[in-house]
Design a protein around this ligand. Structure first.
Ligand SMILES: Cc1cc2nc3c(=O)[nH]c(=O)nc-3n(C[C@H](O)[C@H](O)[C@H](O)COP(=O)(O)OP(=O)(O)OC[C@H]3O[C@@H](n4cnc5c(N)ncnc54)[C@H](O)[C@@H]3O)c2cc1C
Length: 455
């Protein structure tokens, strides 16, 4: 794998513009050593157990999980490869840039993130609890999540409204004395069918009439066994049930929780969501790079091994084009991921928002492209589950939605780009869009006449 040597930069005072600062992506020896250990673990424990994981996951379905995960979690924790995602501000030790190459390794296998206690949606939920939870909430929910003893879910999306715009969310959180009463219908609540899921972070409206649409929402902790929480059904993802993503539909009917369960306070839901789903979350991008790297490796091996019409597939120019293009796309995506991570670490999520939005579009689209080519190179085998390519393709494809639809990120990029351009002076940049003035148009006409009108 052609990795550059990256060293995570220390926090420094930003100059006026991101691009005016020296880019330093070099990994420390500690990070390189951690990556080596992760790769050893993958070789010894993950790849050899993937078939077993697949069989156990199929048998367990959406209401269970593969027992091999429990076994390997113990081994991973004992090896010190545990909770590596946890940011420094939340008690962890690695910066985003330092975590990027490690998360990429985990992304190579669908079972790896959970084995290392680095799987969504728990990672995001743990970060929320670490940042915004009270000491009591942390003791009750964060600690068992950090220990990998329980799992969690995040309930924001609703079937009845366009949830890519979270201001549309309708679930009500109504205060009644010392309790909040919750009513609403959610779906794509990943993990809710899993019996290990003990806590849901729910987003809903405490103040639907607030003139500030971004202050209407709150987030609240809902223990999964609270009366009125009804897991209606598991949702198949591309026809997979209980695999890829344990999405579920959940109804909340007069669910009562104590007022202490509110996170950060009423009206602060958006603030938390921005941290959880927005700028801070590029783990999916890091993992998708590992997913696509593995697919490319498999594509190359398959292309060497198969000989249709007298020549190895790897000597057909169409295959070579696809291999080359995959490498180009992968390198582009990795560099942009690292730049986003570096910018977040050094200048904060706000300064890095364009890079974050760009990689959220670029990474899943890159992975879809590479996986589609890999799938094609495998022929019929590509759509079976023998090589994991079909499931990986489905994963990359749903991540064009699950982490916010492409269009929403593109809109944000475009708005930021327009704002940036408006601040430039076209006299310095040459980026004019003015209509040619009449004198210049007349001069151009004169030149044309002299050249072509024979006068
Ligand atoms: C596998 C999976 C797991 C998920 N896990 C969770 C989870 O754990 N918890 C949770 O709460 N949610 C989860 N989600 C939901 C996900 O966050 C939403 O599906 C996503 O935010 C889009 O919301 P929506 O489905 O309501 O689509 P809508 O908001 O109805 O949007 C539909 C489409 O409209 C288009 N669109 C939207 N906005 C714009 C725009 N501004 N300009 C142009 N076009 C636009 C896009 O093409 C978009 O796909 C998951 C989704 C999937 C697929």
């Amino acid at each position: 794998m052609p990795f550059l040597a990256f060293r995570a930069g220390s926090v420094r005072r930003p100059r006026k513009r991101l691009e005016e600062n020296p880019v330093d992506f070099q990994f420390t020896p500690e990070v390189l050593e951690l990556r080596e250990r992760l790769e050893d673990f993958m070789a010894e424990h993950i790849y050899p157990n993937e078939r077993l994981f697949l069989e156990q996951t199929q048998l367990a379905g959406p209401y269970g999980h593969a027992p091999i995960l429990d076994e390997l979690k113990v081994t991973a924790r004992a090896a010190g490869l545990w909770n590596l995602f946890l940011p420094v501000e939340a008690g962890g030790t690695l910066t985003n840039l330092e975590y990027a190459p490690l998360c990429e390794v985990m992304g190579r296998s669908p079972m790896a993130p959970e084995v290392f206690n680095c799987a969504a949606p728990d990672t995001g939920n743990m970060e929320v609890l670490a940042r915004y939870g009270t000491p009591a909430q942390k003791e009750r929910w964060l600690q068992p999540l950090l220990d990998g003893e329980i799992r969690s879910a995040f309930a924001m999306t609703e079937p009845l409204v366009a949830s890519s715009d979270a201001t549309n969310i309708e679930t009500s959180i109504h205060r009644d004395g010392d309790e909040y009463v919750i009513n609403g219908r959610k779906w794509f609540t990943t993990g809710a069918t899993d019996p290990r899921c003990k806590i849901l972070i729910l987003m809903g409206k405490t103040d639907p009439d607030s003139p500030d649409r971004h202050r209407q929402q709150s987030m609240i902790l809902v223990p999964a066994d609270t009366p009125g929480v009804r897991v209606i059904r598991p949702l198949p993802i591309f026809g997979y049930l209980g695999q890829l993503d344990k999405a579920a539909e959940v109804v909340f009917e007069d669910v009562r929780v104590p007022v202490e369960n509110i996170l950060l306070g009423e009206g602060r839901g958006f603030e938390i969501a921005q941290g959880r789903l927005g700028p801070g979350r590029i783990h999916h991008c890091m993992r998708l790079i590992g997913l696509a790297e593995r697919a490319l490796e498999r594509m190359c091996r398959r292309a060497d091994a198969r000989t249709p019409f007298g020549a190895p597939l790897s000597e057909q120019t169409v295959t070579m084009e696809r291999i080359a293009e995959s490498r180009i796309l992968l390198e582009q995506a990795r560099l942009l991921t690292l730049k986003a991570a570096w910018a977040m670490d050094n200048f904060g999520n706000k300064a890095a928002r364009t890079e974050i939005a760009m990689i959220k579009v670029a990474a899943p689209n890159m992975a879809c492209r590479v996986l589609d080519w890999a799938l094609q190179a495998f022929g019929g085998a590509g759509v079976t589950d023998d090589f994991g390519i079909a499931a990986a393709y489905a994963t990359a494809r749903f991540l064009r939605l699950a982490d916010g639809p492409d269009e929403v990120h593109r809109n944000q990029i475009a708005r930021l780009e327009l704002r940036r351009i408006r601040e430039l002076d076209p006299a310095r940049t040459g980026g004019y869009a003015d209509v040619l003035d009449l004198a210049a148009a007349e001069r151009a006409g004169e030149v044309a006449r002299q050249l072509y009108a024979g006068s």
